[in-house]
Design a protein around this ligand. Structure first.
Ligand code: GLA
Length: 391
């Protein structure tokens, strides 16, 4: 799969622009638990997966930028001297990376780039972070700025925050760049300390069920949720100067100050504080091999996302509830920003045939659409493609 995607992108590059300097494979991510905790400086448990954006790049001797989105069949042309947001949207992920590099005072050269992939766009696997991180990684490889992967992840996040305008946290860019084969990343988003948690259970599958609802509201609602969390922190900080983020808030403190908060703001904050604890508990369960407890935490996470943080949608609720009721399903919940995209399901390998059959019926009978399921393998983070594979 990876090979053929790389080849497709390289062929398109050579047809348009000639010989590429580098090819980068930049994976999408899943998140087992810890949703909307990253921008509240809490804990997340993501991993890079075997679905990726592939980018072919070549540096230019001038300041021109020529980009081609293979899967959309759309081209963009611009200049490093006029980095303006494009109505096409997708160029902004790349232009934002350039803008951030400019802010750092790095020497820039124009670039030709073709990208495409098998990360389904808009389905919550974070194709945007894969694109930003992959582009930043490619420029780093070619220009030798001396930035490590964590610095590239931070830069890619800033590109999304400031140029694209989504106030996302660091999780997606970090997972895409830092992933390891058969490992989850237990990440503390306050100081970016992390460790790799082995996920080597051949008896379990990580399965995504795509609601096929695209996340049109996600950008504005995402920023709104973030602002509500910040409002909560500002109020909770009064008289509690040690509170810098919801990470510093206990359930006891939140309950004691409940009367000071707008009810909606309280619900958002309570979800985040509880979800942080769920990540800690779920990781402890995984460490002791208690996958049933881990799955139960996933189910509780969905409940909180649907009713506390209110970022689910009817299709995701149907898919999560149906899966949770099936034998062999340890846990199921919506994944990512919300309002569409996928559910993530932890399923016993032996139960996969019955899971697929049952979910197929749910899709057809309750959602009126054909099932779209992805079984994900955990893989390494962004890397150069083995160019020797391409004739
Ligand atoms: C999006 C954002 C991430 C994270 C998730 C929700 O994927 O890009 O930073 O906040 O939503 O957990």
């Amino acid at each position: 799969m990876t090979g053929s995607c790389t080849e497709r992108v390289v062929r398109a590059f050579r047809e348009r622009f000639g010989r590429e300097d580098a090819v980068v494979v930049s994976p999408g991510r899943v998140n087992l638990i810890g949703e909307h905790t990253d921008h509240n400086l809490g804990f997340v448990l993501p991993a890079a997966v075997d679905k990726a954006i592939h980018l072919a790049l070549r540096l230019r001797d001038d300041r021109r930028i020529r980009l081609f989105a293979l899967d959309k069949g759309e081209a963009y042309q611009g200049s490093l001297d006029a980095l303006l947001a494009s109505e096409l949207q997708w160029p902004n992920y790349l232009l934002g990376v350039f803008q951030e590099m400019k802010e750092l005072g790095l020497k820039l050269r124009g670039v030709d780039c073709v990208f495409g992939g098998d990360v389904p766009i808009g389905c919550g696997l974070s194709s945007s972070a894969a694109l930003e991180g992959g582009f930043a990684f490619g420029l780093e490889e070619l220009m030798g700025y001396g930035m490590d992967r964590v610095a590239l992840a931070r830069l890619a996040q800033r590109a999304e925050n400031r140029f694209v305008g989504v106030n996302c946290g660091i999780m997606d860019q970090f997972a895409s760049l830092m992933g390891r084969e058969r490992r989850l990343i237990r990440l503390d988003c306050r100081d970016l300390s992390f460790d790799y948690v082995p996920f080597e259970r051949e008896d379990l599958r990580i399965v995504l069920c795509d609601s096929q609802v695209r996340r049109s509201l996600a950008g504005s609602e995402y920023n709104l949720r973030r602002a509500q969390c910040e409002e909560g922190v500002a109020l909770l900080r009064l008289g509690q100067p040690e509170v810098w983020s919801l990470r510093d808030v206990s359930l006891e403190l939140l309950e004691a100050r409940r009367g000071d908060l707008d009810p909606v703001v309280y619900r958002r904050c309570a979800y985040v504080v509880e979800e942080n604890q769920r990540v800690i508990d779920a990781c402890a369960a995984l460490d002791r091999g208690d996958v049933a407890a881990f799955g139960a935490a996933m189910n509780a996470s969905h409940e909180g996302l649907a009713h506390g943080y209110e970022v689910s949608c009817p299709e995701l609720d149907v898919l999560a509830a149906a899966a949770q009721a099936l034998p062999g399903v340890l846990g199921a919940r919506m994944m990512g920003a919300g309002f569409g995209g996928c559910t993530i399901n932890l399923v016993e390998a032996a139960a996969m045939p019955s899971f697929e059959a049952a979910m197929g019926r749910v899709y057809r009978e309750r959602l009126g659409r054909e099932p779209v399921l992805h079984v994900c393998r955990l893989r390494g983070g962004t890397e150069l493609a083995g160019r020797e594979r391409i004739p």
